[in-house]
Design a protein around this ligand. Structure first.
Ligand code: URP
Ligand code: ZN
Ligand code: ZN
Length: 469
């Protein structure tokens, strides 16, 4: 069944105009003024609303075993949250188990992602550089549509790779046109600071942040950038939280190296003052990197303005605060009495577009075009999904968001769709709300009504990045 969206204000990364948009067969098939309609077309009036490309969130950890706990959102629940927030494409991090091959890890990930309600792609986390791993990396790019890899410079003994393995794997990625993503924090140095803090009896959640200083993010980012240069590989530094790491990215970009930066709403909008909350409440904000000192977020805003930060993703890695009703293995309570056992991560998939619209467009004067770029177009290009995803053009997937830029609402975990029992942004008033969402032409969200289907999302095999240096 075809749908005509009439009179919407269509905003892409480069255009902003009022027109009609005809969707058929899951794709956008015409854009124009006063498009004629046959009798079998559903007509929808979008006057006063923005028509945006569906959001593309390239940093999630759904149904994932982390070093301390299991994330609470399945692909089903996480992607319903994504859809209500206007995100129709998710690229999720596949974490193979230690001892499992990358291909086996992907097979397991495919089983878990079958419940996805929006379209999903996979990045592969690489834990070593054994011959079999390097071979699997090639197979993943050539055969499986997995064209990005992630390396952790943090979490020693769990996810961290050493510099030799990083260099070897980056060489393979670079030679096969894949993008290398890196979590930049110096894991061994953090280990020393954590040991010292625990020995002093400093066990409260705030010591998570105090044992992960900004300088160790800067150091790791510079090291990853240098190794990527040596390997001839493009690099994407995930969840930048400090001026130190951003500086490393900016310097490399000035030199002409292909390095890209991502940050997340929590690093732009929150700071380390959250760790002063009483009791164990601060554990809600335990994530890596941690929230930073108040002077850091303005630096990230400047990086976003300059274009050195190209993407705002969520790092949705959701746990519950309370143990009930889901059980301890999903809960922050695992870390009572010892900050280093608090599961690292927080929910965020659902609020990204509205938070960014409110903070960036309404409060910081970012153009709507740039807002669309950082939330949809740039990530789609960087991760080999463009032009099917991330834009509004004839032939593109009809993944669309009807967005009311003037509606005010308040973030409440009680109303969100993640299975997590809290929000980092509880009580925050926002301007700009998702009204309707289309996934490949199907209306899956209509106000508060869910019209999508568990398993309605497709796997997205991805190609090389289309973003030049
Ligand atoms: O604390 C976080 N960010 N948890 C998710 C895993 C990661 O480091 O991205
Ligand atoms: Zn990370
Ligand atoms: Zn992450």
């Amino acid at each position: 069944m075809a749908t005509l969206i009439r009179n919407g204000r269509i905003v892409t990364a480069v255009d902003d105009y009022v027109a009609d948009l005809l969707i058929d067969g899951g794709r956008i098939c015409r854009i124009g003024l006063d498009l004629p309609v046959g009798g079998d077309v559903t007509v929808l009036d979008a006057s006063g609303l923005l028509v945006l490309p569906g959001g593309v969130d390239v940093h999630t950890h759904l149904d994932s075993a982390t070093p301390t706990a299991q994330t609470i959102d399945t692909f089903g629940s996480g992607t319903v949250a994504a859809a209500f927030g206007g995100t129709t494409t998710v690229v999720d991090y596949c974490t193979p188990l230690r001892g499992q091959s990358l291909l086996q890890g992907l097979e397991d990930w495919h089983r878990r992602r079958e419940s996805a309600c929006v379209d999903v792609g996979a990045h592969m986390i690489v834990l070593d550089a054994d011959a079999a791993t390097l071979q699997d990396m090639k197979t993943l790019v050539r055969r499986e549509g997995v064209s990005s890899f992630k390396f952790f410079l943090a979490y020693p003994g769990a996810l961290m790779v050493d510099d030799g393995a990083l260099l070897e794997a980056m060489r393979v990625a670079g030679a096969h046109g894949a993008l290398c993503c890196v979590h930049a924090e110096n894991g061994h140095a953090i280990q020393v600071l954590v040991r010292d803090a625990l020995a002093r009896g400093d066990t409260a959640p705030k010591f998570h942040a105090l044992t992960r200083p900004a300088i160790l993010e800067g150091e790791a980012a510079r090291r990853a950038i240098d190794l990527a240069e040596l390997a001839g590989a493009p690099l994407y530094v995930v969840h930048l939280s400090t001026a130190q790491a951003l500086g490393a990215v900016s310097d490399a970009r000035r030199r002409g190296q292909r390095v890209h930066g991502e940050t997340c709403p929590q690093y732009l909008l929150l700071n380390a003052e959250e760790y002063e909350r009483p009791g164990f409440e601060a554990a809600k904000f335990v994530m890596s990197p941690p929230l930073r000192e108040p002077e850091q977020p303005p630096q990230l805003w400047r990086g976003l303005q300059r274009g050195d930060i190209e993407v705002v993703a969520t790092d949705h890695c959701a746990f519950c605060f309370d143990e009930q009703p889901n059980g301890m293995r999903f809960s922050k309570q695992l870390g009572i009495g010892s900050f280093n056992r608090i599961p690292n991560g927080a929910p965020g998939l659902e609020e990204r577009l509205s938070l960014l619209h409110d903070a960036a467009v309404v409060q910081h004067g970012m153009s709507l075009n740039r807002f669309v770029d950082v939330c949809a177009t740039a990530p789609a290009k960087l991760f080999g999904l463009f032009p099917f995803k991330g834009t509004i053009a004839v032939g593109s997937d009809a993944d669309l968001v009807l967005f009311d830029p003037g509606e005010r609402w308040t973030v409440r975990a009680a109303e969100h769709h993640s299975r997590s029992d809290y929000s980092l942004f509880e009580g925050r008033e926002l301007t700009g709300k998702v009204k309707k969402v289309f996934l490949r032409g199907q209306c899956i969200v209509d106000g508060a009504r869910w019209l999508g289907r568990e398993g309605g999302g497709r796997f997205l095999p991805r190609t090389e990045s289309t973003t030049p240096a």
